[in-house]
Design a binder for this molecule. Sequence first.
Ligand code: CU
Length: 447
Amino acid sequence: MKFKINNRFRAVLGCLLAVGLLFSTPSFAFQQDSLAQDTAVSATADTVDEGEADTAATGVVADTTAAEGEAATATTTTSSSSSSSSTVVDEGPQIDPQVYKNMTYYILLFLIVCTVVAVVGKVLAIYELTRKMNGKYNPFANNTFQSVLLVIFLVAFLGFVYYGYAVWGDWAWRSAVTEHGERIDTMFIITTVIITIVLVLVHILLLTFPYIYRMRKGTKAYYYPHNDTIEKIWTIVPAVVLTVLVLFGFFTWRSITNVPEDLQKSAIQVEVLGEQFQWQIRYPGADGVIGKRNYKMTTPMNSYGIDFNDKHAWDDIQASDIVIPVNKSVRFHIISKDIIHSFYIPDFRVQINAVPGMTNYFQFTPTMTTEDMREKMNDPKYDFVMLCNKICGSGHYNMQKKVVVVTEEEYKEWLSTQNKYFTEDLQKEFAAVDSGDSKEFTTASLN
Ligand SMILES: [Cu+2]
């Protein structure tokens, strides 16, 4: 008899293989598991024995010597030896529960889910077929069912939107602690109100129309190709709203960033340099002017690349944190050493990019000290933080600096304790370069 491998046979074979794999995978894993446990137990058995012997011996010693007042040392040895033996037992190889769930497991799980869906589909098809045969089939029943589902979804969706605003809104919202921050918050609230109205209206229309206009017995679709009025409304209204929002944003941004020149000069200056993956902070020192920087001057010692030919740089101060006085205008000079980073202090509503080759400025006035904020938040460890807000590489997540807002007296005191950037070693390096050929310096620094 000629044996022919037909399709049905192949399907059965495939199923058997899949079922076999399904059962064998966890048992393999179980074998590995018990094997590993066996070796772990035998490996630790010796050390446990020793530990127990020690414990027993010192335990006896402890008992006998306790009465003689030597208990302290004896008990400490007991406890240390027993704890060491217990840690040995704990350190036995831990079996990762994921060992049961390798790739085959997930593939088989997927196949099972597919099979279940297919079976349910077939059962439903048979059910429909029997109804048709009995003359009970209503072709519009599914339309009503689907549209009712959409209405139920709408109610749940609106409930979640309400919940989101009422319960989570508070978590996302914290008042700004800078003067200009209030203007940004006003803009944010107006935008949120407008988009919430649009969100609710659009969803009500989108999800109730399938129910109101569902196909029913005796209804006929109405052909309605064009309506000028409706098209004008849905073009002009969003255009006007968006124009108003964009202009509002534009003027707000201008009012924040266009600072009169005299106010620019009277502010406290701070330079922030972004690089992969850290921030460097420089204060101008007693002269109030930040010294020039030139990337060609970068050396291992002068990693900031400060140009000491500019005497303003001599008294510059390098700080580890950003410390600024409350209710004083501070002007940040934001620069980058390598690629684009972003200077972002969420509590202050401050964000501007740090772009290599140019300086961006952001001037603002903090209105609350860190201490006051901690009291307000009821969190004694709360800190303002400046983050990099441009995904700039693998260490991006760690590019942050603490921002401390203090009173003016505290600020002056803090500033007086900070170290100058132009250290004695740097002075020596600068003097050596100055006396030599300046060209040599440039090439050496570039290599
Ligand atoms: Cu960055």
